[in-house]
Ligand binder design. Structure first.
Ligand code: ADP
Length: 783
């Protein structure tokens, strides 16, 4: 028999309550709590307690596993509480809401078979003993501190609760608020309940809370470590599983597509952040109706991103011999250019990781810039892609449009990577000098980012959104006119100038490269079509006027086409194209030789000009008419000439006496200067010497030698300044059968670049002043 159980008749009913033995829970006076009641004895106790006014005794079991507790299984202190609410749930479970009323000692427990009752004795919650207020204050502070740390583990804890604890001044209220709201061990809570001295209560509370915080901290640390140690593979596995579950739950067939995207994303060689972003998109796809516009946009986006060659690199060992052989095989001449390219490749061989080396191939169209770049790609074993920048005025052309735009696409750079199918291609940025900037944004700044080795390892395309590593790509740019390349871009590039070809070079290029190439393209054998050397030279001279060989190649292609037709139709078996056949096959001659002055004339001088299609011989004419000192300039030179004309007039005035020129000529005559129309020269001022010579000749009536050509800029004092394009200009003089070319003395070193054939035939005279020029050019009567 239980030692506290007494006989029925001794029960003092006012202190006897139906009783719930609680497992793992401790009630406190004034504390409102709710819990589930499951055991039959306890449910009965609730029912009976309600019948008897709603008070119930709550006492905690020592051990939670005891099902049918006896008195010895229960703590001796519990709480009489008021039942506030009862909620019946299925399976005979009852949820009750109670409020503790007073603390009571268990005096006797009556086990009535189907219910427990207890006789209890009310006791004080807090003893009235005086306590040291300083000690209380210190303890309160400690409790508050440790509570603050405790609260930091529960981000959802109401701010008001934390504030009320932190500002609490009453030790009892502090104790209650903290105890009621912290999740402490039930044994600790029981101790707190049993203790009635507030100082002891607070210090026990402090100790319990401190150890709880320690446990929480440790728990957190373990969690963190475990989280980190879940390796990438596991993470991927979880993500996959998650997606699969989502897919299953949605039960949509279309989700298979999204799932296959997820699989593809998982196997991409991409950084984790980008992968997450892509998975997010695939996740969105799962949730969207498959036929919706948005789903279409996402699919298009994922298709594009997945198609990019993430982490795909071509590997190839470059050797200088191989590179040299490739360059030599693909291109005739271009000695200096090949040397520079080989130097560039040598650096790459020594340091494959080198960054930021960007070559800019500069020169007129058709001189082989693109084809050199292709050969470099071949030599380096890289895939090749070309980006045409001509007329790009919008940043979005480079960087793409956001995917939500109608018809959005990636920009040209990413498109090139897509075409190249590797992440380390050679990308040719063609015509970088034709980038324009206007209100739609500045594409050159986007270009800067592409070329900047510090930034291009995470190039951002607006469409692709996730960064793409361009740092392994090799960039080569081309430009027709270096001066038009935005300075910050030019700064990053090493310029290699490709000079225009001489007729002789064009001839060799045609023979060795263009003709074989075109024959092959048109399916012809060398034995079926022969173009004689003279015919090739005539095409160069009479049908093309260009620095490069594009036009020449077009004409050769045209000959091939026509021949292929004749051979295919059976008209002829083999064809030989001679100069006389050109008229019938290619039409009328397009260009006649430069209209050089062929006899010594007054006021006509053979000038040399440098144009975008190479050098030209440009005769300049001056006539003097009676008038009032007006200067008229017509022809192709326009405004640039006005200043040179003024300088020339002033200079001629200063030497008028020497050449028997009327010193008043600038007042009583009009001067008309004319340069024939034609290609616009790049360097207007270099016609300075030509004009002055023509002027002196016209005013002094002394003829000019017709076999002398000249070029040079002048100063007011008659000094001759250096010019550009000497190589091209001298070639033009050569073609026009000049014997002598007057060049500025400062240009002497440039003679090194001049074709040997030209140097052999032409006498170059270096001049320092205009009097040197006049000395050599004017056909002064001897004696
Ligand atoms: P660019 O890029 O400078 O405008 P391309 O590279 O397109 O010129 O050249 C035009 C054509 O001329 C191409 O078919 C190219 O192969 C050919 N070509 C140009 N220069 C040479 C050369 N030095 N040797 C062989 N072929 C050449």
């Amino acid at each position: 028999m239980d030692r506290i159980i007494k006989s029925e008749k001794n029960i003092d009913n006012s202190n006897v309550f139906y009783t719930i033995a609680m497992r793992g829970l401790v009630a406190f006076p004034k504390m409102i709590m709710h819990f589930d009641v499951a055991r039959d004895k306890s449910v009965k106790a609730v029912e009976k307690a309600i019948d008897e006014g709603g008070k119930i005794f709550l006492v905690t079991q020592h051990e939670t596993y005891v099902d049918n507790p006896k008195a010895s299984d229960l703590y001796k202190v519990g709480v009489v509480a008021e039942i506030r609410q009862v909620l019946r749930l299925p399976d005979n479970i009852v949820k009750i809401l109670v409020e503790g009323v007073y603390k009571a000692n268990l005096v006797h427990l009556y086990d009535e078979g189907d219910v427990l009752r207890a006789e209890v004795k009310k006791t004080v919650s807090y003893s009235r003993a005086k306590y040291d207020s300083v000690e209380a204050e210190a303890l309160m502070r400690s409790v508050k501190d440790v509570f603050e740390r405790y609260a930091s583990f529960f981000p959802k804890m109401p701010k008001e609760l934390i504030a009320s604890v932190m500002t609490q001044e009453s030790p009892i209220k502090l104790f209650e608020t903290v105890t009621f709201n912290c999740n402490l061990n039930y044994r600790d809570k029981q101790t707190l309940l049993e203790e009635s001295n507030i100082i002891s209560k607070l210090s026990v509370l402090f100790a319990c809370l401190s150890s709880e915080v320690e446990i929480l901290e440790l728990e957190n640390l373990i969690n963190e470590q475990t989280k980190n140690s879940i390796d990438k593979g596991q993470k991927e596995y979880y993500l996959r599983e998650q997606m699969r579950v989502i897919q299953e739950q949605l039960g949509e067939d279309e989700s298979e597509e999204a799932y296959s995207y997820i699989n593809d994303i998982m196997s991409l060689k991409i950084d984790e952040k980008s992968r997450e972003k892509l998975l997010m998109e695939a996740d969105r796809l799962l949730k969207l109706p498959p036929a919706s516009q948005e789903a279409f946009v996402i699919k298009n986006y994922l298709d594009t991103v997945l198609e990019l060659p993430w982490g795909k690199y071509t590997k190839s060992k470059i050797t200088l011999e191989k590179a040299e052989a490739i360059l030599e095989k693909d291109h005739y001449g271009l000695k200096k250019v090949k040397e520079r390219i080989l130097e560039y490749l040598a650096v790459h061989i020594l340091n494959p990781e080198i960054k930021g080396q960007i070559i800019c191939l500069a020169g007129p169209p058709g001189i082989g810039k693109t084809s050199i770049a292709k050969s470099v790609a071949k030599a380096m074993g890289r895939s090749y892609a070309r980006v045409s920048l001509g007329g790009v005025r919008d940043e979005a052309d480079i960087r793409g449009h956001r995917k939500t735009y109608v018809g959005a696409m990636p920009g040209r750079i990413i498109t090139a990577v897509q075409q190249a199918e590797t992440s380390n291609p050679l990308i040719l940025l063609d015509e970088i000098d034709k980038l324009c900037s206007d209100i739609k944004g500045d594409p050159s700044s986007a270009m800067l980012e592409v070329l900047d080795s510090e930034q291009n390892d995470s190039f951002r395309d607006h469409f692709i959104e996730v960064p793409f590593d361009l740092s392994k790509a090799v960039f080569i740019t081309t430009a027709n006119d270096i001066s038009a390349v935005p300075a910050p871009l030019l700064d990053r590039m090493e310029v290699i100038e490709l000079p225009s070809y001489t007729a002789e070079e064009k001839f060799h290029i045609a023979k060795n490269h263009l003709i074989p190439k075109q024959l092959k393209e048109h399916g012809l054998k060398a034995s079926q079509l022969r173009i004689t050397d003279d015919a090739v030279r005539d095409i160069i001279q009479f049908y093309t006027k260009e620095a490069g060989v594009r036009g020449l190649e077009r004409y050769i292609a045209s000959l091939c086409r026509k021949s292929a037709k004749m051979i295919a139709s059976g008209d002829k078996k083999r064809i030989t194209v001679k100069p006389d056949d050109l008229h019938a096959l290619l039409g009328l001659k397009k260009y006649l030789p430069d209209i050089a002055s062929r006899k010594n004339q007054v006021g006509v001088v053979n000038g040399l000009a440098w144009t975008s299609v190479g050098g030209v011989l440009m005769p300049m004419e001056v006539i003097i008419l009676k008038g009032t000192g007006k200067i008229e300039i017509t022809g192709s030179l326009g405004d640039v000439m006005k200043e040179s004309a003024k300088i020339a007039v002033s200079y001629v005035r200063s030497i008028a006496e020497q050449y028997n020129i009327d010193p008043e000529f600038y007042k009583n005559s009009d001067i008309h200067i004319h340069a024939p129309e034609g290609a616009v020269p790049k360097d207007g001022p270099s016609a300075g010497v030509t004009m002055t010579t023509a002027l002196v000749s016209a005013l002094s009536d002394i003829p000019v030698k017709c076999d002398v050509a000249m070029t040079g800029e002048i100063t007011l004092h008659g000094k001759v300044l250096p010019i550009g394009g000497l190589r091209e200009k001298s070639m033009a003089a050569f073609k026009s059968d000049m014997n002598t070319v007057l060049i500025p003395a400062a240009n002497l070193p440039d003679l090194e670049d001049v074709d040997p054939v030209v140097k052999e035939k032409i006498r170059f005279i270096a001049v320092e002043t205009l009097s040197d020029v006049l000395e050599n050019a004017l056909d002064k009567p001897t004696g």
